[in-house]
Design a protein around this ligand. Structure first.
Ligand SMILES: NC(=O)c1ccc[n+]([C@@H]2O[C@H](COP(=O)([O-])OP(=O)(O)OC[C@H]3O[C@@H](n4cnc5c(N)ncnc54)[C@H](O)[C@@H]3O)[C@@H](O)[C@H]2O)c1
Length: 372
């Protein structure tokens, strides 16, 4: 178990692109227990820009400098998926705590190496499964785990986005991303299913690609995509409940300010509950007597205890993302493991890999247990 940290937690960001700018830096800025001390990006231009914008002393294109800096206690890895493993292993060996973006790696073999390295070096390790932090999801987890919904029978997840059919950059190549919609979007929801219902026992999956993505947004030709833009699976959990997941980036008409459509539902013997990303501070709830209707998430589930972020000022579908940093820094200060951990990231990766293998084999596949 990591030792509790005293003093400010000094954080280095590796990968200074979109998600660091939108989620991680605002999360660090809100939390007085931590500060940003280092930035690394493969692009020297972006490093120079972020050095000024983010006001950090160490700015470099070499992630090893961040991993080895005495002015860094913890790193955030927010680079393309094919680079996560080497960076995480270097950080763990240098004794740095790690929050790594999802998917943790290109496949479960890589992710197991990351998990074992972080575990064996006694550092805090966290997978950035953002949607666990949505207030509605926190409340639904309480309702499920406290037995209020009775025996859980069905989990259902839909993630529909209306994205342009032009290039996704590194995300559209298997060598850099591992898979498309499945590893980018559905993997979050695989984690939600296991988080709410428990381990998955077996599954059958399917993926498809519709858009060639052989042009950039400004019309320049590029190598076409070789990953899925639609992914789905049916699963049976160890407790007998069923799960059905579907994700697509090609659902025309589902822009909703860029947040798209997300619906995750539990049907238990005593009632049903629904989480929707675009209304994260309410749930739908119903039972035999009362049809599904909207209810506010109670105050105590709106954010983790102590989180400094506002529950009212700003876009609700964005605000809860800052709670990832709160959890990561809390785990470091308290000397405990973070939740969701790299183990959770590995469990989700094993399931995602099994979706690809099942589709290739046209078969149901058992899901192996992932030891702690
Ligand atoms: N949790 C979430 O909700 C969420 C949301 C968006 C992205 N992500 C994940 O975050 C990661 C980054 O996504 P993004 O949208 O920010 O991508 P991005 O392309 O905007 O940024 C990635 C950055 O990493 C840099 N980079 C590439 N190789 C590097 C290396 N070896 N060392 C240092 N920097 C390097 C690139 O130059 C780029 O600036 C991905 O794994 C993605 O799946 C997660």
């Amino acid at each position: 178990m990591p030792k509790p940290h005293s003093g400010k937690v000094k954080i280095g960001i590796i990968g200074a692109g979109a998600v660091s700018d939108y989620h991680h830096v605002p999360g660090i800025r809100l939390d007085e227990r931590c500060c940003l001390t280092a930035v690394c990006d493969a692009s020297a231009d972006l490093v120079a820009k972020r050095k000024g914008e983010w006001n950090v002393s160490l700015a470099t294109t070499n992630y090893l400098e961040v991993c080895q800096s005495p002015d860094v206690d913890a790193v955030i890895i927010a680079t393309p998926n094919d680079t996560h493993k080497d960076i995480a292993v270097a950080a763990a060996k240098a004794g740095k705590h790690i929050m790594c973006e999802k998917p943790l790696g290109l496949n479960a073999t890589e992710v197991a190496e990351m998990y074992h390295s972080a575990r064996d070096n006694d550092v805090v390790h966290m997978t950035a499964f953002t949607y666990r932090f949505a207030p509605a999801m926190r409340y639904i987890a309480h309702l499920v785990h406290s037995g209020k919904l009775g025996q859980i029978r069905h989990f259902r997840s839909q993630r529909f986005l209306d994205w342009p059919e032009t290039s996704w950059g590194w995300r559209q190549w298997k060598a850099r991303a591992g898979a498309g919609d499945l590893f980018d979007m559905t993997i979050h929801r695989l984690d939600l299913g296991v988080f709410l219902v428990g381990p998955l026992k077996k599954l059958t999956g399917a993926i498809a690609r519709f858009a060639p993505r052989d042009k950039t947004a400004d019309g320049k030709p590029c190598a076409p995509s070789d990953v899925d833009d639609w992914s789905s699976l049916i699963g049976i959990f160890e407790n007998g409940a069923t799960g059905v997941w579907e994700g697509t980036t090609l659902a025309k008409g589902y822009k909703r300010k860029g947040f798209g459509h997300e619906w995750a539902e539990i049907n238990g013997s005593e009632g049903s509950v629904v989480y929707q990303l675009h209304t994260p501070n309410t749930i739908l709830i119903g039972n035999n007597e009362v049809d599904l209707h909207e209810e506010k998430v109670p105050e105590e589930f709106l954010k983790p205890t102590g989180s400094p972020r506002s529950t009212t000022q700003g876009e609700p579908a964005t605000l809860f993302r800052y709670d990832l940093m709160w959890e990561f820094v809390s785990a470091i200060c308290e000397g405990r493991q973070a939740s969701p951990s790299f183990h959770d990231g590995l469990v989700a990766q094993v399931i995602a890999d099994s979706v690809l293998a099942s589709f290739e084999k046209e078969n149901w596949l058992p899901i192996p247990t992932v030891n702690k």
